[in-house]
Design a protein around this ligand. Structure first.
Ligand SMILES: C[C@@](CO)(OP(=O)(O)O)[C@H](O)COP(=O)(O)OP(=O)(O)OC[C@H]1O[C@@H](n2ccc(N)nc2=O)[C@H](O)[C@@H]1O
Ligand SMILES: Nc1ncnc2c1ncn2[C@@H]1O[C@H](COP(=O)(O)OP(=O)(O)O)[C@@H](O)[C@H]1O
Length: 284
């Protein structure tokens, strides 16, 4: 049998860091939402007890470093599944971009193998498993819009009636999440986003208010390390996006746009600066 799962990209509408914890992680407060840019994952049972990963993307690991491999191994070990699986990752989400491509592949693998092998694992349990693979994986298991706390694994769903365009532009650099968190001085953050007001703007469908309040404290680090990301924000603002922010640890910058008539102009303007540009919708 062969099954398919979509692994969507996420953006962070806000990202606040409250403190550094003793375990090395940071206590965060983030509002995350999915957009309709997705990897397509094919999973097929194998007669031998083995995990094989392939992908058309030449720049991701295909061995045990791949997050989809780790997800498959975890579910096999934890539920004592003595079966094999072939997993093909049709990558569309740019890698190491702040869009959680690897985390979403891992989450989709957990959902898919739960179906393929008829394991009946409840969603909350898949999220607990996902947290062992990465802080963003539990959110990616369900998607939607959520407030994430803890190190990102504690989730509260948020009702999000907003529908808008999201323009993504990834400067041609790779950013390491652990380096960015490592360089953040959590005790001296200059501008904390007002998470509660952002949540109220989303729930109240106040798009302009949301755009005005977008905030990500990791910009303090990434924009200093990589001036290209600051430039990308400036270009997107100049082209007329309604709200502009870096996603996650970067380097992808996203612009929220309410009017479809503006999307093509912003998209075409950005293509003059950068190859990786996408015009997508925020997923309900
Ligand atoms: C910054 C964010 C925002 O959504 O996303 P990305 O930029 O990666 O997409 C996440 O917090 C990233 O989540 P994820 O990529 O799953 O991180 P993990 O694999 O758990 O951790 C990678 C490294 O980041 C640091 N880390 C991660 C999460 C956290 N709350 N505090 C941390 O300090 C740790 O140094 C850890 O070793
Ligand atoms: N299935 C996968 N897709 C993309 N990257 C992966 C995958 N598995 C492991 N990785 C590795 O994970 C790292 C982070 O990738 P990704 O999840 O795309 O970025 P981010 O955490 O910034 O959103 C990269 O260095 C990449 O090599």
């Amino acid at each position: 049998m062969k099954i398919y799962e979509r692994a969507s990209a996420k953006i962070n509408l806000s990202l606040d860091v409250l403190r550094k914890r003793e375990d090395g992680y940071h206590e965060v407060e983030m509002i995350m939402t999915m957009v309709d840019l997705a990897d397509r994952i094919e999973m097929q049972e194998l007669p031998r007890d083995t995990i094989i990963i392939s992908s058309q993307a030449g720049y991701i690991p295909l061995d045990e470093k791949n997050l989809a491999f780790q997800a498959a191994r975890l579910i096999k070990d934890r539920y004592d599944v003595r079966k094999g699986v072939y997993i093909h990752l049709d990558k569309k989400i740019p890698v190491a971009a702040g869009l959680a491509g690897g985390s979403s592949d891992a989450a989709a693998t957990l959902r898919g193998l739960n179906r393929l092998w008829g394991l009946g694992i409840p969603t909350e349990e898949l999220q607990v498993l996902g947290a062992e693979l990465g802080s963003d994986v539990p959110f990616c298991v369900t998607g939607g819009t959520a407030l994430a706390t803890g190190r990102g694994e504690r989730l509260q769903p948020v009702n999000n009636p907003l529908q808008c365009w999201v323009i993504l532009a990834k400067p041609p650099i790779n950013v390491s999440t652990s380096e960015v968190y490592g360089k953040l001085n959590a005790a001296h953050i200059r501008n904390h986003p007002d998470t509660q007001s952002i949540l109220e703007a989303i729930r109240g469908k106040r798009f302009d208010e949301l755009c005005h309040r977008l905030g990500n404290v990791l910009e303090e680090v990434t924009l200093e390390l990589y001036p290209q990301v600051r430039q990308m924000k400036e270009v997107m603002e100049r082209l007329g996006a309604d709200g502009v922010l870096m996603s996650g640890s970067g380097p992808t910058v996203f612009g929220l746009v309410s009017k479809e008539a503006k999307v093509a102009r912003i998209y075409n303007g950005l293509r003059g600066f950068c190859k990786d540009v996408y015009a997508v919708r925020m997923l309900p």
